[in-house]
Design a protein around this ligand. Sequence first.
Ligand code: ZN
Length: 266
Amino acid sequence: MAEKREKGAEQSGGSRARTAQLRRQKRRKKLIKVWTYRAIAVLVVVLLGVGVFFGVRGVIRLFGGGKQNSPYGLPDYVKEEYLTVNPYSRPGQKLPGGVKGIVIHYVANPGTTAENNRNYFENLKDNGDTYASSNFIVGLEGEVLACVPVDEVAYASNNRNDDTLSIECCHPDETGQFNDKTYASVVKLTAYLCNRYHLDPQSDVIRHYDVTGKACPLYYVEHEDAWQSFKDDVKKAMDQLDADETDSETTKSEDNGTVSASTAAE
Ligand SMILES: [Zn+2]
């Protein structure tokens, strides 16, 4: 009997232990479940945050506000390959009077690339053949090189070097007419610069010819109508840039819930 009782006590003791163990297991399972839900929730919040961050960044980049890598704030399509500061092509002198105009040139060397012309300017530092350079060169593929920073003097436009930026344009043949890709890039770049410096393309965009009477850019000196069309195209491109900016500003304003008529009307 005593033996039996002992056995019974042992049995009930064993079942108590098992119940406690079961309860512990249950509690552990419940804890695991709770923490799993919490981890999933945190993960979802983190993923949403990352998504919103990259989404917003993408939108900003889309509207051109995200580029931080140009020290001069130039658009993405401009490749900055500045010349070494030297007396022959990059004197390192700041534009004393700011930017009052844009001067268009042609390289007068058919078939040469933007890079060829850039290297020619760069090599002047060693051979000292002449004084020459340009703030920008637009190539046959429409590529845009920046050779002298927009706040420095380049040697391209004689007595207008001190208050203008110069754009040298590549061309496929002796006529000096720009091909479609070059033309499109020169229009785009000139429009950008006119907007940036508040210039009027009809009066502030000029040819080298208008400074010195030199037949540069040849085709657009010989074809006055083509030159007029170029300036008209620059004006159209400026209006387009304004429209794009207004669109992005309106979008930004809408995001903030403060659409203003003045912003939209600009
Ligand atoms: Zn010229």
